[in-house]
Design a protein around this ligand. Structure first.
Ligand SMILES: Nc1ncnc2c1ncn2[C@@H]1O[C@H](COP(=O)(O)OP(=O)(O)OP(=O)(O)O)[C@@H](O)[C@H]1O
Ligand SMILES: [Mg+2]
Length: 479
């Protein structure tokens, strides 16, 4: 679980609060119960001590001390009472002390004598041989002026046992409550945040290519619903802005094509008409070269804007990608021969795809053009068409200069060229690969590459197969 998520923080906060409240209440309950039990126990012992004093010591001057001892033994026999009883004379000598109780919960002989007994009844806690006792003391003066101190005590073990049981119950109760609260809170918060999760997932899917899609509206009537509506309005505005941008590029490049064609025609006629090797012919030829470059850029831009507007799909039909690759390679042979590059095509069997044949031919041309352009004289360029994983795969591999690592993430961006000067020399505008990418995307496919600087590159185009027949073929051939 992410410790910074709202779910974790809310559940954590309430679990912490619950533990704090429970601990506070538990402590108060423990202290209150302890006080109550000790207080009531001490009151009972005080009553018993007073009873002994008032009934047995009241006439001690007449009955004698021996009578008191026998009376106590018969009334409060330690074997049945489990009590500690001690009567001390004013001079500190002991008149009577009970023997240890039957359950041996304490040793009466080891209870230390009380020093500085006051004139008032009181109670105290005493420890004898590791056992705790609660002892009530009542001072008494007989009719003949003799002073006595009556002490009656009991073991504190039962009180301790009750308090221990309370602690156990509190700990178990706390654990159970926290577990239920955390589990319930986790589920409830998760349910409340469900629409946010759905919105996040949908928002992740929305890219420039599917701006038409919208986020699900959370029908909760709260801030989440407002947020989803606002986000959808924002996406709609973005879609509008991108649409306008695309339309502008499409219109501008379309408008530029005609004047460029006229300029090219005019310049060609100037080059033809000018005297051979004259200054005019040279300048006109140079301007013509630049105009042709400009025309290629405008064509590229026009192609991209049409593709992004979804106009390429008009010419959809079923055709053999292997045959297209073979024929295009043959057409590009001259270009390769100029650089003494060995150009080969391996497309042994038909691979049927569906799409705009002219556009997909442009993909093959652009990739082969790059491979030849960025491979040194005497290099090798190979094109293969196969079926793999239920998809048509077209690969163009070369042993050329490769693409440096820092340039790889940008290679499909418009107007991006690794070495601007060299690419410009070779007539490149940096639009070839972005056109390839747009065509692949428009056909439901994708393009990817692997490259190592100084070793070569391999561009791979994946397209959906036209029908299941190819997939059967793939299984039969085991490719
Ligand atoms: N096979 C390759 N080997 C090495 N570098 C390549 C290869 N293909 C593309 N590149 C690099 O990627 C850049 C972009 O390629 P892209 O095809 O988009 O543009 P371009 O070839 O320069 O111009 P254009 O294709 O518009 O004529 C190129 O400038 C080149 O630096
Ligand atoms: Mg190119």
């Amino acid at each position: 679980m992410n410790a910074r998520s709202i779910r974790f923080q809310l559940v954590g906060w309430y679990a912490g609060l619950l533990i704090a409240v429970f601990l506070l209440l538990g402590t108060l309950m423990y202290a209150g119960l302890k006080l109550y039990l000790e207080e009531s126990l001490s009151q009972a012992q005080l009553r018993r001590a007073r009873q002994i004093a008032e009934t047995l010591l009241a006439n001690v001057e007449k009955t004698g001390e021996a009578h008191v001892v026998s009376e106590i033994n018969s009334w409060f026999a330690p074997e049945t009472n489990d009590r500690f009883i001690r009567i001390t004379r004013g001079d500190g000598s002991v008149l009577y002390v009970s023997s240890s109780p039957k359950d041996a919960s304490f040793d009466a002989a080891q209870v230390p004598p009380l020093r500085n007994a006051g004139q008032e009844s009181a109670w105290r806690k005493e420890t004898a041989a590791g056992k705790s006792l609660l002892i009530a003391t009542v001072p008494w003066q007989s009719a003949d002026g003799r002073r006595f101190l009556v002490e009656v005590g009991v073991s504190l073990d039962p009180v301790r046992a009750v308090l221990h049981r309370l602690i156990l119950l509190l700990v178990l109760g706390l654990a159970a409550m926290v577990a239920v609260a955390v589990a319930g809170g986790y589920l409830l918060v998760g349910k409340a945040l469900g629409p946010v999760e759905k919105m996040t997932q949908s928002a992740e899917q929305i890219t420039l290519h599917n701006l038409r899609e919208r986020l699900p509206i959370a029908q909760t009537g709260d801030e989440l619903e407002r947020l989803s509506i606002s986000l959808n309005h924002m996406i709609a505005r973005l879609e509008d802005a991108f649409q306008q941008n695309r339309r502008f590029i499409a219109d501008a490049s379309h408008e530029m094509r005609t004047p460029l064609t006229i300029m090219r025609g005019e310049l060609e006629s100037i080059v033809d008409a000018a005297p051979f090797a004259s200054q005019v012919q040279e300048t006109a030829a140079s301007v013509l070269e630049e105009v042709e470059r400009l025309a290629r850029i405008v064509e590229g831009l026009f192609a991209i804007s049409r593709l992004e507007a979804g106009e390429a799909q008009k010419e959809y039909r079923r055709f053999d990608l292997a045959e297209l690759a073979t024929s295009t390679t043959e057409q590009m042979c001259l270009l390769a021969e100029d650089k003494e590059i060995a150009l080969s095509c391996t497309a042994p069997r038909p691979v049927m795809v569906e799409g705009d044949r002219a556009r997909l031919k442009q993909v093959v041309v652009n990739l082969l053009d790059n491979a030849i352009k960025y491979t040194a004289q005497g290099g090798k360029v190979g094109l293969t068409v196969t079926v793999r994983d239920g998809k048509a795969i077209l690969e163009v591999a070369d042993n050329g200069m490769g693409i440096p690592a820092e340039a790889r993430p940008h290679i499909f961006e418009r107007f991006f060229r690794v070495d601007k000067a060299r690419s410009r020399e070779a007539g490149g505008a940096g639009l070839g690969l972005s056109i390839v990418k747009s065509i692949c995307a428009a056909h439901g496919g994708q393009v990817d590459f692997q490259s190592q600087e100084g070793v070569g590159s391999c561009f791979k185009v994946e397209l959906p197969l036209a029908d299941v027949q190819n997939r059967k073929l793939e299984i039969n051939h085991g490719t």
